[in-house]
Design a protein around this ligand. Structure first.
Ligand code: ADP
Ligand code: MG
Length: 464
């Protein structure tokens, strides 16, 4: 018999969760603990229910201590937590996730050598991205586990799966790996399609132009697993977003799986339509973070193993120590070092490795040109560069013009007369006025502020 009633249990659990929420990443909290409940507490045991085995195994493993600590703050007679599943799922997902943990076998190695350029025209998947070559560590285990969850329960479990994180942290690899795995497991019975959001956008635009929107719609709605990469680029493109939303709903309603990546979480995509945002947030949102030292070492070793190459441990340590930004850069440096070793026949000493790294990782954000800014702003607002630089006073052109002027000053510190010249021979007072207007407005107009952050981001990325 329990000595406490449901209300009290709920209250206790709510305060435990409030404490826990502050200690773990938001995405993890939403993913693993959102549906947890305290269902009983007796004889020193707190009984916590979770919606399925997978979550149970995960929470038991990762959050047992932190949750117990939380309960004990309120009632220190509690000695442990027992997790139970409330609505039972048919599959032991966690077992599945464990058995398909990354291994590197020879067949995969061979596949990698040949596969590089054989992109499957039906699915757009590149076979070089496999889950078995994906190194899992603390920075991406959540995303990896969620991907496994998707694979084992397509369309039902985590839908949509939304993976976000910075450049070169493995989003594309993970999503394509999932696509390839699904293809392999289901012998092509399940139709997978991978598209970049640029491709999706251009399909829609050409569909509209050629008045063949029905074909485009059919093409997308015939898919069982739709993978869309870098969704942040469709935000604010009205027609594309609307069509994406329709496609999304059509697929979602019949339990088709959608996997999306973005460089930021849904709520940080400034002009994403609200209903689309809430759809994204209604699924599973997970992040990938930059790899820590151990993982960087593991990745370097994996890449070397795949290529059947070796470099001394001392050099691996130096690379892992100095190249921290992202995995793409890490791979790049490994390749350059191999190049020095093999093509130039040099012995890779720690000193040489440091020198190579120093020379090849310097970033020069000063590469940004005024034209790039103007083009990015015009693209972002979906107007022509000519209209941005023109004299028309229509609101749809004036705002982008002001934003471009603001960014030219803010990012490149150009003089006002030169800025005036750049945006279509305007007087320098126009440049000053525009800059100051935007500079003031971003303090009060959050929408504009977010747009500017996003445009800056796009500009910064375009020179990488
Ligand atoms: P993103 O899409 O997040 O920008 P990518 O998936 O393109 O990043 O990854 C960049 C490079 O790093 C790719 O060559 C990819 O294979 C490699 N990579 C990323 N994460 C991992 C990982 N966890 N294990 C092995 N390789 C990885
Ligand atoms: Mg990518």
């Amino acid at each position: 018999m329990s000595e406490i009633n449901q209300d009290e249990l709920q209250k206790i659990w709510r305060s435990v969760l409030i404490g826990v929420e502050l200690q773990i990443p938001k995405a993890s909290f939403a993913t693993w603990l959102k549906y947890s409940e305290l269902i009983d507490k007796k004889d020193g045991v707190a009984y916590v229910s979770l919606p399925n085995n997978f979550t149970k195994a995960w929470v038991e493993n990762k959050y047992n201590k932190i949750l117990l600590g939380g309960v004990r703050l309120i009632d220190d007679s509690t000695k442990n937590i027992k997790f139970v599943v409330k609505s039972v799922k048919p599959k032991e997902l966690f077992e599945y996730a464990k058995t398909s943990a990354p291994t590197l076998d020879n067949s995969n190695e061979k596949q990698l050598v040949f596969a590089e350029f054989k992109i499957d025209p039906n699915t757009n998947l590149n076979p070089k991205y496999s889950l078995s070559s994906f190194v899992v560590g603390s920075s991406n285990e959540l995303a990896y586990a969620a991907t496994q969850g998707v694979i084992s329960d397509i369309g039902k479990k985590y839908n949509p799966l939304f993976i976000y994180g910075g450049v070169g942290l493995g989003k594309t690899h993970l999503m394509q790996g999932a696509g390839n795995e699904i293809k392999r497991m289901y012998n092509d019975q399940i139709r997978v399609k991978y598209v970049s959001s640029e491709k999706f956008t251009s399909d829609i635009i050409s569909g509209i132009k050629a008045k063949r929107m029905e074909d485009v719609k059919r093409k997308y709605r015939d898919i069982d697993v739709l993978i869309i990469d870098d969704i942040q680029f469709i935000a604010g493109k009205e027609k594309t977003e609307m069509e994406f939303f329709n496609t999304f709903n059509a697929l979602y309603e019949v339990n088709k799986q959608i996997i999306i990546s973005s460089d930021r979480p849904p709520k940080a995509i400034p002009i994403l339509e609200e209903r689309l945002r809430s759809r994204f947030e209604g699924g599973m949102v997970v992040d990938v973070l930059p790899p820590d030292y151990e993982m960087r070492v593991a990745i370097i070793k994996t890449k070397l193993q795949q290529k059947n190459k070796e470099i001394p441990d001392s050099v691996i340590e130096i690379i892992a120590n100095k190249v921290r930004k992202n995995i793409r850069e890490l791979e790049g440096i490994v390749n350059i070092i191999l190049f020095y070793k093999e093509q130039k026949g040099l012995e890779i000493t720690p000193a040489l490795a440091e020198d190579i790294i120093r020379k090849n990782t310097q970033h020069t954000p000063e590469n940004i040109t005024p034209q790039q800014i103007i083009k990015s702003v015009a693209n972002f607002f979906q107007i022509l560069v000519d209209d941005l630089m023109g004299t028309c006073r229509k609101k749809e052109f004036v705002k982008p013009r002001q934003v471009a002027i603001y960014l030219l000053r803010d990012m490149l510190e150009l003089s006002y007369p030169y800025i005036g010249e750049l945006v279509g021979k305007k007087d320098h007072t126009t440049a000053i006025h525009s800059y100051e207007k935007v500079n003031k407005e971003i303090n009060t107009n959050n929408d504009l502020n977010q747009k500017i952050i996003l445009i800056k981001d796009i500009i910064n990325k375009s020179e990488e």
